[in-house]
Design a protein around this ligand. Sequence first.
Ligand code: AMP
Length: 277
Amino acid sequence: MHVVKTLSEIRELRRQLNSSVGLVPTMGYLHEGHLALVRQARAETSTVIVSIYVNPTQFSPSEDFKVYPRDLSRDLELLEGEKTDIVFVPPDEEMYPTGFSSWVDVEKVTEWLEGASRPGHFRGVATVCAKLFNIVQPARAYFGQKDAQQVIVMKRMVADLNMNLEIVVVPTVRESDGLAVSSRNIYLEAEGRQAATVLFTALSLAKQLWQDGEKDADKIRQQMIWHIQKEALAQIDYVSIADSSTLEELKHIDSPAVASLAVRIGKARLIDNIALG
Ligand code: AMP
């Protein structure tokens, strides 16, 4: 496994490959969710490249960039175990050298949900992913369904800017009690960890109501809100029932939809989603 830090090294390695490349962009502190992406890339492409980069431009000044968990030696061990070919770990000076001033802004789909709660977040995500796609030139890039809006932003960007790769979406990996695995779960203390199951139970409730024939999105949202409010440690950021291809809020569910939410529990801000159809 090659561990490379500079653009010149990764470009040189990339030049030597004429096989299909799968890219898995991550911010490190790897867990089973990330490893599911790596395993799928391993099964579908000949060369697997994983990037580990805590991208400063997708965090607002009030967010957790400085304290975001990092453990490179453990990450490298896990990636070695998955037979990763190349790990790209660029320092900030490589990604954002002095004078950097070009950005990718995906409009519309970034106006609501995570985009509304975290202004500038998707501009940072789209820009760093566009850079990684240009550097690595993958045939496929792997993203988790857990970040549903990120997937839609990626697909939009790739289509709009004619980028020559496929975005592959991997199902959300969960703990046995349903909590979506996340690097940010480390912020949960014991009580908060127990309370955090409320995200999945609220999503499961939405799915159950929908399966039982409820098609009024307001009614499902309201039931989810009441359910979450019963958990004293949980503070709702948003609860959404939206069209699954645009994430626009729905009044009536008559096409494939997704229920999604963002909830704060202590220091952790957690997001999750479930498909309705
Ligand atoms: P992150 O390191 O949090 O930026 O995540 C890197 C990639 O892993 C993103 O495409 C995430 O959607 C994906 N990911 C994170 N958690 C999970 C999970 N529990 N299941 C599947 N994919 C995940």
